[in-house]
Design a protein around this ligand. Structure first.
Ligand code: FEO
Length: 392
């Protein structure tokens, strides 16, 4: 790659990872990702903002081939997809000093064995002058690790937010504009990575909104040249009311649970409730996570395997529990053969979500007339709860 000019003396020097398909051995990356690093040349000093994933160190170093000197390396976040190439950069630029948050310092030492004497910590609001350009550091913890920070380039009014406000998207484009594809990728990214920290992230968004921002340059995905769109999107995801939506992850073994799910989905639609149904045999968990950003209710459709829920639904319930969406109601439907603790197990798995548990519907074997009547009752109860709360 070659460096890409954003402004005079400001360049994108990152790497595009077109082929990566999974992150943390958990998060699907259907459209790849990028690791954005930025080079800022001031009249007196030069700074590199973040690096790239260790696997792409060679690309970063190619991008820096004509850069004679780097004085400062700004590490917003110690996770290796941004910090992993810092040792190689320090090897080439022996006088470079790393600037990071106090928590970031410990992490960089622990994760990368960086020499302590080469790391300086920065406080909230602290400035670092590059001569004619000034970097202001803003601590924004828990997006999505505790040490995370952002940098505001004062003269150009550009905010570098690292993971925050980013998207996993490989693209030859540099700028997002209003491209809906970027905003869908950003929502997926928010759902999978940021949603568990919703409460603290609200404060961070409000903190960043106080700055006059011409551009937001995250460390994954495209640069937001019209930044109010991504800020508004995050406002909606962080502060918006749940929607009139039921998310229904399910699996069926012999078809009974599937029959119940199909009937139940029709019953909800007939009552004006929107539904997103996910067959866990083959579900993109990123899409399930995105649906959870909006949903007011989750209903898990599961057969009972021996005495417990099907493992696929245990996984889905656990995923919902760790993503911490703003769900208000939950229930379980499905078929069993001779007994078990299916409902109790699902309820326990999502006990941290503070949802109201609605009466479950479990059919013994093949669902019968009375089971379908119970599904109608549950659909009516959900529709009524959504209406009362004015979920749109
Ligand atoms: Fe993109 Fe938390 O690393």
């Amino acid at each position: 790659m070659t460096p890409r000019k954003i402004k005079e003396n400001l360049y994108w020097v990152g790497a595009i990872d077109w082929d990566r398909r999974i992150f943390d051995s958990l998060i699907p990356l259907p459209d790849g990702t990028s690791y954005n690093a930025y080079l800022i040349k001031g009249s007196e000093k030069t700074a590199l903002l973040d690096s790239v994933d260790p696997n792409m160190t060679h690309i970063l170093m190619e991008n820096l081939i004509d850069v004679e000197n780097i004085d400062y390396i700004i590490s917003h976040h110690a996770e290796q997809d941004h910090s992993g190439a810092i040792p190689a950069v320090m090897e080439k630029y022996k006088n470079a000093t790393v600037f990071t948050s106090p928590k970031g310092k410990d992490m960089l030492i622990n994760l990368l064995s960086l020499p302590e004497e080469k790391i300086k910590t920065v406080q909230e609001g602290e400035n670092l002058s590059l001569g004619d350009k000034t970097l202001k550091f803003i601590h924004i913890p828990w997006v999505h690790w505790p040490e995370t920070m952002a940098t505001y380039l004062e003269e150009d009014k550009i905010l570098f937010t690292c993971d925050f406000l980013g998207s996993h998207l490989a693209s030859s484009e540099l700028y997002a504009g209003k491209d809906p594809k970027v905003f869908e990728a950003a929502k997926r990214y928010f759902a999978e990575i940021m949603m568990p920290f919703r409460t603290v992230i609200r404060k961070n968004l409000e903190k960043l909104e106080q700055y006059e921002i011409n551009m937001i340059a995250p460390s994954h995905g495209l640069i937001y040249d019209e930044p109010h769109y991504i800020i508004e999107s995050h406002r909606e995801w962080l502060f918006g009311e749940p929607k009139n939506l039921v998310v229904l992850p399910y699996i069926s073994m012999h078809g009974s649970t599937k029959k119940m799910v199909e009937y139940f989905v029709d019953a909800l639609i007939a009552r004006g409730v929107n539904v997103m149904q996910f067959n866990l045999v083959d579900t993109d968990i990123g899409k399930l996570a995105m649906a959870l950003v909006d949903a007011a209710t989750i209903v898990v459709g599961t057969p009972t395997v021996i005495a417990l829920p099907h493992p696929a639904t245990v996984y889905a319930a656990h995923l919902a529990s760790i993503l911490k969406p703003d769900l208000k109601f939950a229930s379980v439907i499905g078929s069993y053969s001779w007994g078990g603790k299916t409902v109790e197990t699902i309820a326990e798995l999502i006990s941290n979500l503070k949802v109201e548990l609605l009466t479950p519907v479990l059919a013994k074997g093949v669902p019968r007339k009375e089971d379908f009547a119970s599904l109608d009752r549950l659909a009516e109860e959900i529709a009524e709860k959504h209406r009362k709360n004015n979920y749109k």
